[in-house]
Structures are given as structure tokens and as C-alpha cells.
Design a protein around this ligand. Sequence first.
Ligand SMILES: NC(=O)c1ccc[n+]([C@@H]2O[C@H](COP(=O)([O-])OP(=O)(O)OC[C@H]3O[C@@H](n4cnc5c(N)ncnc54)[C@H](OP(=O)(O)O)[C@@H]3O)[C@@H](O)[C@H]2O)c1
Length: 277
Amino acid sequence: MSNSTPNTALVTGATDGLGKATAERLANKGWRVLLHGRDAAKGEAVTESLRRSSGNQQLHYFNADLGSLAQTRALAEALRAAEPRLDVLVNNAGIGPRAPGAARQLSADGHELFFAVNYLSGYLLTHELLPLLQSSQAARIINVASIGQQALDFDDLMLNQDYDDMRAYRQSKLAQILFTFDLAGQLQGSGVTVNALHPATLMNTAMVLNSRYFPGPMAALEQGVDALEHLLSAPELAKVSGMYYDGMRPERANEQAYDPEARLRLRQASAVLTRAQ
Ligand SMILES: NC(=O)c1ccc[n+]([C@@H]2O[C@H](COP(=O)([O-])OP(=O)(O)OC[C@H]3O[C@@H](n4cnc5c(N)ncnc54)[C@H](OP(=O)(O)O)[C@@H]3O)[C@@H](O)[C@H]2O)c1
């Protein structure tokens, strides 16, 4: 990363919760921050309010519903057109499990919604932004996953059978980790690192407050922001890649993430589903 110009970070889902608080932290530290959201009015208001509170004018808003692959592609296109380089990509946007018995929902492309929003859009966005990330001297990708992980059933990735939204959430979060490990192998020697993070357990965000599964918040948002900031900027982690962190510590993920065959199957399925390759 260069010292003469501010580092640029894209934070998806920067209109609320962890993403918004992280955008604020980076804005206060002088980063150029690209905030993403799905509601243009909310996103512009959050960005303007951060400009005022931080005094940082290098904050820009980008809109896309990540439940649509077309909108995800258009987001990447807009970013490539507007930005000469990208130092950090934080795939943070996500939806959480709401209640036992909640109905299965589909994305604009007909994919199971948790898989689409929490994983597949990040897979596509990351691939579409790789040229931009590779033009930075050293770039980092952080996939905000979770400690809640459940093995993927490759015969039923869209969860047509035995659907429940907690399973759907956990599958999508483990998919992010399989993707992280797989991509780290592909990016070896490229100057781009990629790691996955469980930020903190039950932070005080809408995802937790609006869920009937959880007893209520158990962690301050700051704890997650600290963990995310550490992973995206700590100098000692500049070359660390292909790891899963629980907060500040490297941790072991669900066993399926260490199965090369599973990672390959997910890569192949994702390429077909996004028609990216
Ligand atoms: N909270 C926790 O304790 C916890 C624990 C482990 C992992 N995580 C992970 O941390 C990340 C952030 O969670 P959070 O707790 O900060 O949740 P949050 O407060 O609900 O924020 C989620 C963000 O994602 C955006 N988003 C949701 N659906 C989207 C879509 N279809 N297209 C584009 N943007 C969309 C939301 O936009 P709107 O503002 O429009 O809603 C919001 O900006 C998630 O990946 C979550 O799985 C959270």
C-alpha cells in the first residue's frame, strides 16, 4: 500500500451494523472509503453523515442489491470505472436467520436467498474486482463469515429439502470460508491476500436484534470493528492469507473447509451459477 495517497477500502453492507461502524472507523483514520448498500436514500444519508462527522470528503456511495447477480456485476463495473485502485475489499453485507419456520426465499436469479446474498454475490464481486485489487501494491480481501457454520450438501445447495433459515445462514457462512481458502491458493504470489473472519458473537446489530433465535446482543459492535480493522490493516498480517480468524485469533473452521474436493465442487458450482467463467 502506498503512503502518499490514502488507502481505498470498499465495505459492502456499510449502511448498518458492522459495515457502517467499520466505514466510520476507516473514515476517521483518513481512508478513502467506498460504502456499499442496497437502499440508495439510506446509503447517501449514511455517507453524508460520515463526511460531516469525520471531515473526510473521500467517502463515496455505491448502490446494489446483492440478491441480484446483474446488480452485483453492475456494481463491479461502476467501481472499475470510478476507481483506479482498490486496497481492501470487505465482503460484509449479509442477511441473518430470522425465526424457526421462516419460509425459504429466492434471489432475483432464483437462487436460495442466503446462499445468494451472503456468499454468491461476494464470490462474483470479488472475481469482478480482482484486476482492480491486483493493481494495488498489496491488497487484502476480507470475507466476513461467522462461527455459525454447517456443511454444504452439494446435492442440494439450494436447500430444496429440509429448509430452515438457520441452516441456510450457516451453509452460506461456511461457503464463504471454503471460497476464502480456495481463492487464497489461486492468489498465491499475486500480492492479494484473502482471509475470513468471525467478527464477534452476537453484536448489537439489526441482524441480532431482529432475530428470534438469539437471546439478544452479547458483544459490543466495537469488538467486531477491532477484529475487522486488525485483519484489514495490521502490518504483521500483510502476507497472511487463507486463514479463518475468530476475532483477533486464527481459528479452525468447520472440517469441510479443509477438504480440497469440497472447495473444488463449490468453485465449479459457483462458476456455473454466476456464469462468470
Ligand atoms: N451481528 C453479529 O453478531 C454477527 C456475528 C457473526 C457474523 N456476522 C456477520 O457480519 C456481517 C454484518 O452483519 P451485521 O450484524 O452488521 O448485520 P446488519 O446490521 O443487519 O447489516 C447488514 C448490512 O448488509 C446489508 N444488506 C443486507 N441484505 C443486502 C442485500 N440484498 N444487498 C445489499 N446489501 C444488503 C444491509 O443493508 P440495509 O442497511 O439496507 O439493511 C446492511 O448494510 C454479516 O455478514 C453477518 O453474517 C455478524
